[in-house]
Design a protein around this ligand. Sequence first.
Ligand code: GDP
Ligand code: GDP
Length: 436
Amino acid sequence: MTKPVVAIVGRPNVGKSTIFNRIVGERVAIVEDMPGVTRDRIYSKGEWLNREFNLIDTGGIELGDEPLLIQMRAQAELAIKEADVIIFIVNGREGITSADQEVAKILFRSDKPVVLGVNKIDNPEMQEQLYEFYSLGMDTPYPISGSHGLGLGDLLDEVIKHFPDLEEDPYDEDTIRISLIGRPNVGKSSLVNAMLGEDRVIVSNIPGTTRDAIDTPFSRDGQDYVLIDTAGMRKRGKVYEATEKYSVLRSLKAIERSNVVLVVINAEEGLIEQDKKIAGYAHEAGRAVVIVVNKWDAVEKDDKTMKNFETKLREELLFLTYAPILFVSAKTKQRLQHVLPMVKKVSENHHLRVQTNILNDMIMDAVAMNPTPTDKGKRLKINYVTQVAVEPPTFVFFVNEPELMHFSYERFLENRLRATFEFEGTPIKIFARKKN
Ligand code: GDP
Ligand code: GDP
């Protein structure tokens, strides 16, 4: 289920990113080790009193050289659209500015709960400064100090009070949830239209679990599918929607809600850095992935073009070696008929459960073929393997010393698993746990 979204809004320099980092805490460091997008620090997971949420720093969505007022409006609109609760930060040392008033007006008109944080109140003597902020027309202003970590608990208590009740999952368990992600203009909407075509079996467009997301359910050959957040693909034009980070943000939410992610790449442009980030997030999230190279019609080709394109893609997306690649054209419909069967196949692989005895036989054969590593005279001994989860398939290896399970050997085991079972399109997770 998607977590509630909390957005931080406020003028530059009021302390948004300081507060963001405080709330996110050590989590950021963990997230930053991963190859995905989260290191941009505009979007991270937070937790307070056991309630998990996603936190957005709208100040991190850069809008080029737009004037302050336009930027502030865009931030506020983004927050209203994406967040369940908005934290509005002002600077207690500077008092109210016209930009604050502008933001307050926009937020006031929305029906979103807003919690007002008056920052840079670094000591109790400064609390006097608070009163002026009542005139912004919000509820109680909360005095906080981002840099000293004061007052954030009370503020977050108020924030989580406004979280919506947990939503029911609207889809059947067997329904395959697909998201198409990729930069603007790679052809996501065209692909959806071409795939569903005239004979589409759309029941209706129904609101998704995330407010404002429109999902498109349909069925093909007896299988139910739902395209996650097709509205998010169509919307554009607004200042913030044109920014790169915004489209990433939108993608992250769609990925969270799907089982199978179609990473769409524009064949005319090849892979660019942002494609990699988006693909990285799908991988980290443990979703099944199919790489769809669209606009293949527009590429000048000979008999080697596809192979070369694929080789290059594989080199750039080393973490996605398992993802099948389809070269298609939304325009000519070339190979589009392969997309849904492929989605179905990788979804099945994502769910695949291997019988324990077969799994253990296979691993023992693998160990006989390539003996386990040793370190300081000690050899890794694998006692037993079991699959503990699906979506994605997750294996726990019970071993004598987990530290002896080196990355390269883990990779070998993953390759053996992939060679033996049908795991195309799905990541696999492997853990080593101590048990003699
Ligand atoms: P943002 O532009 O809104 O993200 O603001 P930053 O988080 O980058 O903070 C702007 C400046 O204000 C930095 O120099 C911070 O160190 C400082 N700052 C942030 N929070 C506080 C606070 O609670 N008290 C004081 N005195 N300074 C703060
Ligand atoms: P989105 O922003 O990813 O949803 O992209 P759109 O579906 O709006 O497509 C962006 C542009 O690329 C439009 O002008 C489409 O007509 C064009 N386009 C989409 N798919 C193809 C394709 O397969 N071949 C060619 N040549 N153009 C395409």
